[in-house]
Design a protein around this ligand. Sequence first.
Ligand code: B12
Length: 214
Amino acid sequence: MEKFLTECAQSIIDGNAEKSAELARMALDDKHPVLEVINKGFVKGIREVGRLWEEGAMFLPELVMGAEAMKEAMTVLQPVLEEDAAGKSAAGHVVIGTIEGDIHDIGKTLVATMLSANGFEITDLGADVPVVRFVDEAVEKGAGCIAISALLTTTMSGQKKVIEELESRSVRDKISVMVGGAPCNDDWAKEIGADGYAGNAVAAVQLAKRLTGA
Ligand code: B12
């Protein structure tokens, strides 16, 4: 298993989308635990890509290729995570998206998939979502929770703006807010008055359950 997970990570570092998709299909055929394959294999790879890029050991096209390989693998694995949702009663409605100015959507989509697999009804607004759209959709859909992803230090302030928008429309007490993404942490969540922060998709499910009482 260890060797297989290393291969998964390496396919992302190599930016080899054909290989990552093939490994994802192999994981399903061999009945490997999907979450472990994602977190200890593919996610490890994309984090390493980020580290190498930051160090200057990789250039933007290689970062893009790594992201594409990650997406291919997730396209194979996500439907299997979603299948778990079948038969689970609705645990509440969550509106989720990546904040405006930010196109990173791999982590956000993983969180959305895991929430859905745990019985939450999900409205996924995608990436680069304007502040007002989060609030418009949550109010319209009667959602109890907004989940906002931000991967850039330059866009994380948008999470605060969503909370301010909720306050200005006097609906803050009806809609809880959870935040996440690489630059966020518990202190940031407290500073902006969010209801919670989670560092990964599994923790995000626990947090959403706590916030919605599901
Ligand atoms: C892949 C990637 C890209 C891809 C994105 C593809 C896509 N469709 O998502 C591409 C190549 C397009 C890209 C572009 C850029 N990127 Co980029 N990217 C990354 C990288 C390597 C990995 C991100 C990722 O997918 N991780 C895997 C997922 C599974 O993890 P995750 O996102 O952290 O999500 C998990 C948790 O955080 C949490 N979570 C996430 N969201 C939420 C939300 C909630 C509510 C909760 C509770 C939890 C939660 O759960 C998730 C699952 O476990 C990171 C490095 C890093 N360390 O994060 C850089 C990184 C985020 N990128 C960075 C930069 C600078 C950029 C660019 C500006 C580069 C450029 N010069 O153009 C552009 C940004 C363009 C824009 N306007 O958004 C920097 C940001 C630095 C900073 N301080 O702001 C990073 C940190 C790289 C680095 N080390 O310097 N990038």
